[in-house]
Design a protein around this ligand. Structure first.
Ligand code: ATP
Ligand code: MG
Ligand code: MG
Length: 537
């Protein structure tokens, strides 16, 4: 794992602040357990890990920001822990915002007592307008006793309590709207997945984040730059409560073309069964991209290469998959698969009598991948597209075998019935010409002897879920969901493919890279997902 980390090649500075020898640096990754980690979260986790553990010898906290019982589940929490481990991110300490509910409650009481907060029952719509227009709430100057009494009503979730919220008393008309008396506590009777029905009031992110960061000795709170406007209220909370200072540090959120990275939208896509689940290979989750065939070292390299820049760009997937290709090429053994619906039977003249088997390298360059069996006989199949391109007496190359001359081409009688039109080939005779120079032929084709156990493999190619490069906030997700994102092709593969296991990454000659999603078993076809390489989509 440590070697892998060194390969990231990252070297960034946390900037501005004295960091001493770095051992005192504390960062935190604070996911809300309301969904699976997506690659944007992976960026946040890897950057925090980078500063805590690689750049400095500090501490990384994993904190579940579990303050909204409506959206949170144990299932999500467990998945986040697993995915971080998978990415090689090892937190030194696991904490929960919900562990601080008592302290947070007490801090809120203190704010109410000290006149730094007030209870408000202004209706949501009106509150929004007042904040927009810099108008004070009618409740802004209520006496502390009233505010405290209302907070107690909220704590018991009485009918009265449910009408109220607590707001920090910062400013009515600050040009920075984040400073206009943000809500810091809400009443909610929902059952919490960790604290059960003990609490009926929940702190907002704006309130608990600075407090818990400070209590937990976080030195650098890394946040995406959309939070820049909220840095001022973060600092205000710390000052109002006389808490230890924390330094805010912004980085650009990760965005990808034709991709949504919002848990709310991803939840919609999963719940509507538009995909198979959170680990669907079309999902931009850590599990999804892994299932599509990205390796963890490639994911780390790609994300850390983006670095802590503050420029928000809409990344394309080409460079993501191009980075992955560098990682998978040296580990991908090569096999052969032939499109089953378009296979052409071929007789090879001059082949050795009977069936003959040789051991060949699984990859000509990376011989550490071992050897595979190649079966030779006079009965082989190759693909229609190749067969249809051959001319009478043309010399071609059978890959891993040698040259052969096209001696006879049979065409179908009813060309209109075939999708390949006039040139549909129903059979070929090839005469081996092994002394021929393989460097001189222009066609090098894949083939398979039918005298072996050909393994059925279903190849699956995926497309983007979203049809628009960049969804705007006013766009409706459903209007931009791609109706066809899955293309399946039945193929027959060489006998070695029977031994492949789930998760193996391989190459089918001339077809590309694939990740085995389901191994061949009990006569059921193997399923292989095409891994993009950056060239095509
Ligand atoms: P989402 O919009 O997906 O719901 P979130 O911020 O609400 O994201 P959290 O679980 O609170 O979800 O996020 C955990 C951390 O991941 C936060 O520090 C957040 O800033 C960061 N994060 C979320 N999305 C991205 C992104 N696209 N790029 C970089 N960091 C992100
Ligand atoms: Mg959040
Ligand atoms: Mg968000």
């Amino acid at each position: 794992k440590d070697d892998r980390k060194k390969d990231d090649g990252a070297n960034y500075d946390i900037g501005l602040q004295e960091v001493g020898d770095g051992t005192g640096i504390v960062t935190r990754f604070p996911p809300e357990p309301s969904g699976y980690l997506h690659i944007g979260h992976a960026k946040a986790a890897l950057l925090n890990d980078y500063f805590a553990h690689e750049k400095y010898k500090g501490t990384l906290l994993l904190r579940f920001d579990d303050t909204n019982p409506l959206k949170e589940k144990q299932e999500f929490q467990d998945a986040i822990v697993e995915d971080l481990a998978l990415m090689g991110v090892k937190a030194d300490r696991l904490t929960y915002t919900s562990d601080y509910f008592q302290e947070l409650y007490e801090y809120c009481v203190r704010m109410l007592k000290e006149g730094n907060a007030y209870a408000d029952d202004t209706l949501q719509e009106k509150m929004r307008d007042e904040r927009m227009n810099g108008v004070p709430s009618e409740r802004r100057d209520s006496p502390a006793e009233d505010n405290l009494a209302r907070f107690e009503e909220m704590k018991s979730a009485t009918t009265e309590g449910l009408r109220w919220c607590i707001r920090a008393k910062i400013s009515v008309d600050d040009p920075n709207k984040a400073m206009r008396d943000p809500v810091i506590y809400r009443c909610s009777p929902e059952v919490h997945h960790r604290t059960g029905d003990k609490w009926k009031i929940y702190p907002t992110y704006d309130f608990c984040c600075p407090i818990v960061d400070s209590i937990e000795n976080v030195t650098h709170a890394l946040r995406t730059t959309e939070y820049n406007d909220r840095d001022a209220q973060y600092q205000w909370m710390l000052k109002a409560l006389k808490l230890r200072p924390v330094y805010n540090w912004g980085f650009a959120r990760l965005n990808f073309v034709r991709t949504v990275l919002s848990k709310r939208k991803l939840t919609k896509i999963v719940d509507s069964k538009f995909v198979w689940g959170w680990d669907d290979p079309r999902m931009p989750t850590v599990r999804g991209v892994r299932r599509r065939g990205v390796t963890i070292p490639a994911l780390r390299e790609f994300i850390l290469k983006q670095g802590p820049s503050k420029n928000i760009v809409n990344l394309d997937w080409y460079s993501f998959w191009a980075t992955n290709k560098k990682h998978i090429d040296p580990i991908s053994a090569r096999y052969t698969a032939i499109d089953e619906a378009a296979k052409v039977p071929v007789t090879v003249i001059g082949a050795r009598e009977g069936i003959h088997t040789e051991k060949k390298e699984k990859h000509a360059k990376y011989t550490d991948l071992g050897k595979k069996k190649v079966v030779f006989s006079s009965s082989i199949i190759l693909e229609q597209a190749d067969a249809a391109s051959f001319a009478q007496d043309e010399e071609i190359t059978l890959m891993n075998w040698g040259n052969a001359i096209v001696r006879k081409i049979s065409h179908s009688i009813n060309p209109l019935a075939s999708p390949h039109g006039l040139k549909t080939v129903t059979g070929l005779e090839l005469e081996l010409h092994l002394q021929g120079d393989v460097k001189k032929t222009s066609k090098k084709v894949t083939w398979l002897s039918t005298d072996q156990n050909l393994i059925p493999v279903e190849l699956v190619e995926f497309d983007h879920l979203i049809t628009k490069d960049k969804l705007e906030p006013e766009d409706t997700l459903e209007d931009f969901l791609n109706p066809k994102t899955e293309l399946r092709t039945k193929t027959l593969a060489d006998c070695n493919v029977a031994e492949l296991k789930e998760d193996d990454i391989i190459q089918f000659d001339r077809k590309g890279y694939f990740r085995i999603d389901k191994a061949f078993a009990h006569g059921e076809p193997a399923v292989a997902f095409q891994i993009p390489t950056g060239k095509s989509k």
